[in-house]
Design a protein around this ligand. Sequence first.
Ligand code: SAM
Length: 361
Amino acid sequence: MAASGKLAALRLPPLPTIGEIIKLYNLRAEKQLSQNFLLDMRLTDKIVRQAGSLKDAHVCEVGPGPGGMTRSILNAGAADVLVVEKDSRFIPSLKLLAEAAPGRVRIVHGDILTYRMDRGFKPDIAKKWEDEPPNLHVIGNLPFNVSTPLIIKWLESISTRSGPFAFGRTRLTLTFQKEVAERLTASTGSRQRSRLSVMAQTYCTVKNCFTIPGKAFVPKPEVDVGVVHFTPLAQPQIQQPFNLVEKLVKNAFQFRRKHCFRGLAMLFPEAERPELTQELLRRACVEPTLRPTELTIPHFRALADAYGQLCARQQGLASYEFREEQRLKRLHRKRDDAGAATTVGPPHKESRPAPRDEAEE
Ligand SMILES: C[S@@+](CC[C@H](N)C(=O)[O-])C[C@H]1O[C@@H](n2cnc3c(N)ncnc32)[C@H](O)[C@@H]1O
């Protein structure tokens, strides 16, 4: 059979529309689960096209809901679609879809945040990490409160080649709130440059594919939505362990409008802060007066390497958390105040709350 004929043979038979399915199974969107459905097949087809060719592909679709995007994935020629859905109300409508595409849909009723995707597919689909990505794709239109922690978790999984990445450099096509999609792909110097930009671009090639206006969803969310495609890099931009990179980048963006040395200084205990911050910046050849948003990935690589060297030299530095130091100080001050209240003497100064950071995200 010619390739286009084979794809046509894989197209789904006529089915009730997703709107009809929602009515038929009484699938009202649950606000607590931030459910916003896509009913327009042209849009779900467009999202699915961003993943690349799905011919004979294995796909894990996260949060299929009533199955609109699942239909697009099947029509694009995927051979094996594993859907992971948390809300049991959608299982009957997904079963209907599985019957319409015999042997091509597997349904998991579960939470993608804990699901072991490494067990979801046969090991023989794996490719060597340095080779081309495997014919396995992760696609999903998830609630925003799930997609952001999930991408952080998956960036860590890329660094350990586990979960979806036990099969090689598995590509991801996911939706995010438009502003988060912009942060994920923001370049050095841009207003949206953030912790998320540096983390994502350290481990992946990231592409902000297109924006879907909120009004395309039912019910309409408050925000617009960005479709983002990730391909894990064969060689991460920074070679240090994920936890070290995450801690360094988080600290660097602690005070995003100040010079970068301010946030980086918080990597070190108060007693040695000025000397160690200076040494870090000197070793990494980074100008202390650059803003965090002006730091490039090579800057972060040099900083991570220098910080790794300092941690290897000085015991306890890797586990130092300035917030913990502040918490203990506040605790001691409170104890001192309580002690003073039972003794006669001048009143102690009110213990001050820790300075609030400029929130990044
Ligand atoms: C925004 S709706 C999108 C539904 C469908 N993909 C669409 O585009 O119309 C998100 C879906 O993800 C599901 N979901 C939410 N949290 C989840 C989780 N932790 N694991 C798996 N599915 C989840 C919801 O139940 C819902 O079906």
